[in-house]
Design a protein around this ligand. Structure first.
Ligand SMILES: [Zn+2]
Length: 207
């Protein structure tokens, strides 16, 4: 009760609300964190080549967070959510975090995967590797996106040679087919990096 009063007081001073349930909250309210995040980390193994870890299953409620990242321009929400993710995940054996790059010609002014990675990097004291970008325009509209991703090859990414010899962990907001993460990992490996795993805020069921 006391914390609720403090929350309402905060809301008065700084009117923000939980993107999931709308209650006054600084970031995501405690109740939603409890109900959205799995007690056990979800681990998906993509083609036996890349392990993706996420603290939550993808569903309508968590999609409100993803939508806020992507379509409401809630940049300031990403980094604290990255810090919340960290509470559930173990620090990777890596030298750098590598966020999935923003699509070429994206209208978004920021990369939500990079903002999430900032939250993780704050907590894990790992730097962000910024030497990855898309080498071609991949349409990112719903529906079209899935089919396109299935045809993705590692050449869809351009990776700086500075990655050679580094251990990196990939970061994205959501893992659907996992194809983007898998191809990005292969592109990094082709340039001499070791990809030790991937982290996403949320994941759809793998099967
Ligand atoms: Zn909430």
């Amino acid at each position: 009760m006391k914390s609720q009063i403090i929350n309402y007081a905060l809301h008065f001073l700084w009117p923000v609300s939980c993107p999931v349930c709308g209650a006054p909250a600084e970031i995501i309210c405690d109740d939603c964190i409890k109900s959205l995040f799995a007690e056990k980390i979800i681990s998906r193994n993509l083609e036996g080549r890349l392990e993706v870890k996420s603290p939550s299953w993808y569903h309508t409620r968590i999609n409100k967070i993803i939508s806020a990242f992507k379509y409401s321009g809630a940049r300031e929400l990403c980094r604290p959510v990255g810090r919340i993710m960290r509470e559930f995940l173990e620090r990777p054996e890596a030298d750098y975090l590598l966020p999935v790059p923003l699509h070429l010609k994206s209208e978004r002014k920021y990369n939500q995967a990079r903002e999430l990675a900032k939250g993780l990097s704050d907590s894990w004291r790992l730097e962000i590797f910024d030497g990855a970008e898309w080498s071609k325009v991949v349409p990112n509209r719903a529906g079209l996106a899935e089919a396109e991703r299935m045809n993705l090859t590692p050449e869809a990414f351009k990776i700086s040679n500075e990655i050679n010899g580094l251990r990196v962990a990939l970061v994205d907001d959501v893992c659907t087919t996992g194809m983007t993460l898998l191809r990005l990992a292969q592109a990094c490996e082709a340039c001499g990096a070791e990809v030790t795993g991937a982290y996403t805020l949320t994941t759809v069921s793998g099967d």
